[in-house]
Design a protein around this ligand. Structure first.
Ligand code: FBP
Length: 551
């Protein structure tokens, strides 16, 4: 592999660990017994062996202890997030410190690797190639869900064959939910295989009192903010375009909010607020058009608007429309066959005529391109692929129509020329920032300690992350503590509660206090690229979200 100069130099970076992990060994301190965030009786019943375990924190010790050999298997699950390779190198270094004969295996291509028995041993040579790099390519990732007993049993088979005592699952809320079910099952079956989770996702929606942030969020937001800042400077130089930028992040708007706090755009929509205010698509468009008109009145026919990926699903009328479309066009339904038999040119009209009156009005108000996307771009189950809907283009088209109406009515006299962008994949595999490099390495190292101490059903936790790394608090949190019951595919299931943007939370309030000023004035901030070397106040910065939350 030909390496870039940055990659070569960055390989030498020694990630910073919390003080407790720098000592010869670690003593585990049991904290309070825990309860799930909600539905305690149901969760306890479903997880009799792993429910109610205590919080754990680590203290460093000078005693040198060599523990018995423990082989570990690691899985990368779901979307890529910067720092995954450092979690793995943290696990590796932690295991080798505990006993040089410990081995680390990587299951290939995500959770499916455990089931299909596809794996490789991760030796020092392999690990060294990937230290401090972005991507999940060391072993690959995948989205197979570990939900069925036969999958768990296949997992045990390979663990027995390789003498694996523990499996570490690096994933988001769903993957860690499955990790918890796996831990419970392995304990109940007395398999001797422990399961530890690590909190991953650029979306930032796997967090709670004990998990301050999921890894990758920091780097991804820094990459997007750099790009947004560059676009802002371009907009402010040419003064002729409005840039509508959709940001990845699935349902939650954490990425949009963080990028807004870093760059101070003219508009940033927050899906959770749109839902809370029960805004219609028309109301969102009017709000945007009003900002554009206000800036035009000041002679500023340019600006930047940030749009979270999940917006569409949070607009109540769109949610209803999407659900009606899912029913109408579901694979195998008579209506879906009728739709397919309808000549292409008549299909939109056919759909409009088969929706409820309210949804039909919304559907007819959509630009034809988006309406077509909603009816034709479907996943294998016939569901609308919400994340593929080009919301940024939809909003541009609707804002154009609104501005034309306003011009007609005399309330707008500017010019509107637009550019659209989608930032997502370009941030998911960036070389991890110092924060993510350190945080991930610490999370991985922590996982190795939890394993050595025989723990299972825990998520690796590193807290106090706005302090210097030395003061970070490493430990473990029972995954059952994060769970509640939710309806999924028609059944109540135990799942980790997804963290959406809290409208009474400090990050949102900090944004809300400034957004009117940012809308009217040009207050852009240009964060520039991630810095890996240089003054700590530049290189070791955490996200604004974390800083606000911990104020
Ligand atoms: P995870 O939840 O698995 O971390 O994935 C995050 C994410 O990047 C979302 O922001 C995005 O909607 C999705 O993955 C895209 O998935 P895919 O890589 O399958 O296109």
């Amino acid at each position: 592999m030909t390496k870039s100069p940055l990659q070569i130099a960055r390989a030498q970076y020694a990630p910073k660990l919390p003080k407790s992990l720098r000592n010869n060994s670690v003593v585990i301190v049991d904290g309070e017994k825990t309860q799930s965030v909600a539905d305690q009786a149901d969760i306890e019943k479903l997880f009799p062996h792993t429910y109610g375990m205590p919080l754990l924190s680590f203290e460093g010790s000078d005693a040198s202890v060599e523990l018995p050999v423990a082989n570990v298997g690691v899985i990368l699950s779901g979307g890529q997030a910067p720092g995954g390779h450092n979690v793995i190198s943290g696990i590796f270094d932690g295991l080798k410190k505990l006993n040089p004969n410990n081995k680390l295996y990587g299951f290939l291509g995500g959770p499916g690797g455990l089931v299909d028995h596809k794996y490789m041993e991760l030796t020092a040579d392999v690990i060294d190639e990937y230290r401090n790099t972005g991507g999940f390519d060391i072993i690959g990732s995948g989205r197979t869900k570990l939900e069925e007993t036969w999958q768990f049993d296949k997992g045990v088979e390979i663990c027995k064959e390789l003498d694996i005592n523990a499996v570490v699952i690096i994933g988001g809320d769903d993957s860690n939910t499955n990790a918890c079910v796996l831990a419970e099952y392995y304990l109940e079956q007395n398999t001797g295989v422990q399961v530890i989770g690590c909190p991953k996702t650029i979306d930032g929606d796997l967090k709670n009192d004990m998990i301050e942030t999921s890894f990758g969020f920091d780097t991804a937001c820094k990459v997007y903010s750099e790009l947004i800042g560059n676009i802002m400077r371009d907009a402010n130089s040419a003064k002729k375009y409005w840039h509508f930028i959709k940001l990845m992040g699935r349902s939650a708007s954490h990425i949009g909010l963080e990028c807004a706090l870093q760059t101070q755009p003219n508009i940033c929509l927050i899906s959770e607020e749109v839902a809370e205010k029960k805004q219609t698509l028309g109301a969102v468009v009017t709000e945007m058009a009003n900002v554009i008109a206000k800036r035009a009145a000041n002679g500023e026919n340019f600006g930047v608007a940030l749009i979270p990926e999940g917006l569409i699903e949070f607009i109540p009328e769109m949610k209803t429309l999407i659900s009606e479309l899912n029913d109408l066009l579901a694979e195998g339904h008579d209506s879906a066959n009728e739709f397919k038999a309808t000549p292409k040119a008549d299909r939109l009209e056919w759909v409009a005529n088969h929706l409820s009156d309210a949804s039909s009005v919304v559907f007819r108000s959509l630009p034809a391109g988006i309406a077509t996307q909603l009816t034709l771009d479907r996943d294998p189950h016939g569901n609308v692929q919400v994340s593929k809907i080009e919301t940024e283009k939809l909003l541009i088209e609707m804002v154009e129509v609104k501005l034309a109406e306003m011009k007609e009515a005399g309330s707008y006299a500017g010019s509107f020329s637009s550019q659209n962008h989608f930032f997502g994949y370009e941030g998911r595999c960036a070389a991890p920032s110092n924060f993510d490099a350190d945080y991930c390495y610490s999370i991985g190292f922590t996982a190795s300690v939890l394993i050595a101490q025989g723990k299972t059903g825990y998520m690796s936790s590193v807290r106090n992350t706005t302090a210097p790394a030395e003061e970070w608090i490493a430990g473990g949190v029972p995954v059952t503590m994060m769970m509640n019951m939710e309806r999924r595919h028609g059944h109540m299931k135990p799942v980790i509660q997804k963290a959406l943007v809290e409208l009474d939370g400090k990050p949102f309030l900090a944004f809300a206090a400034k957004r009117d000023e940012w809308a009217e004035m040009t207050s852009f901030v240009y964060p520039g690229p991630i810095q890996y070397w240089g003054p700590s106040e530049v290189c070791d910065l955490t996200t604004k979200t974390l800083i606000e939350e911990r104020k």
